[in-house]
Design a protein around this ligand. Structure first.
Ligand code: ZN
Length: 242
């Protein structure tokens, strides 16, 4: 029985003399591992599609969730421009790491598959390297949203009251907290200005095709991105790449 799905390469692991295990985020089955026989001897069958980040149509034999054989593949996009830039490789690698750490399960997650595919396509196209940090911020927010781990940003995470410029971001409360609720308990919390809260809100809701018109000052991006990493690590107890 042959199965096929669109899939993105998350990792490649050598196995024995000539074989490889390839981990894919697939459109149909979530994250799965496949055995590519003789991948290192004969590249013919898998022509150009076994590199990290490659977006392929893959054909499998066996149960997709039980280490099937990778029969062959067709490359949809190998993202050559990501490979030409160390910065782009690092950024794309970060996105892949987040998926491997938080969503490494053979459960259909077509939203995640689309998110990673769209993110890689934008990394490929982006000419302003500085903007890649913002793209990672958007990616993290959307990934957390799909996983049901979004930080609360619209209302106080404790009392559901309105938030103003004195709000703080409190890891254990699950997001933004008003001044009244936080008084006396500043452990693991950071001042979160209204402007910063808005950036996070807009980034989470933004549709990927609107990427070119989403502009945020670079100095705003890094602290917010770090904050999200801390937030996600705190709630999943998984150490995530910044
Ligand atoms: Zn409150």
């Amino acid at each position: 029985m042959t199965h096929s799905s669109k899939a993105i390469v998350l990792s490649i692991e050598k196995f024995g003399e000539a074989d490889c295990y390839i981990r894919f985020l697939t459109q149909k089955w979530g994250v799965i591992s496949t055995l590519a026989k003789s991948a290192r001897k004969s590249k013919k069958r898998y022509i150009g599609g076994l590199d990290l980040f490659c977006h392929n149509e893959i054909f499998l034999r066996g149960d997709p969730k039980d280490r099937p054989y990778l029969l062959e593949l067709t490359v949809i996009n190998s993202f050559p421009q990501i490979r030409e830039s160390l910065e782009k490789v690092m950024i794309a690698g970060k996105a892949v790491q987040w998926i491997k750490k938080l969503a490494d399960v053979p459960t259909p997650m077509p939203n995640l598959y689309s998110l990673l595919g769209q993110t890689l396509a934008l990394i490929e196209k982006e000419t302003n390297i500085e903007r890649l940090d913002l793209l990672v911020l958007v990616f993290k927010l959307k990934l957390l949203s799909f996983l049901g781990l979004s930080p609360q940003l619209e209302k106080c995470a404790r009392c559901s009251g309105d938030l103003d410029n004195s709000a703080v971001f409190d890891l254990s409360s699950g997001g933004a907290v008003c001044q009244t609720c936080i008084s006396g308990q500043s452990f693991q919390s950071f001042h979160l200005r209204t402007e910063q809260r808005m950036i996070l809100s807009v980034a989470e809701k933004m549709k990927m095709p609107q990427w070119d018109s989403f502009l945020v000052a670079q100095e705003q991006v890094i602290p917010l991105s770090h904050l999200l990493t801390q937030f996600a690590s705190f709630h999943t107890q998984i150490l995530l790449p910044v």
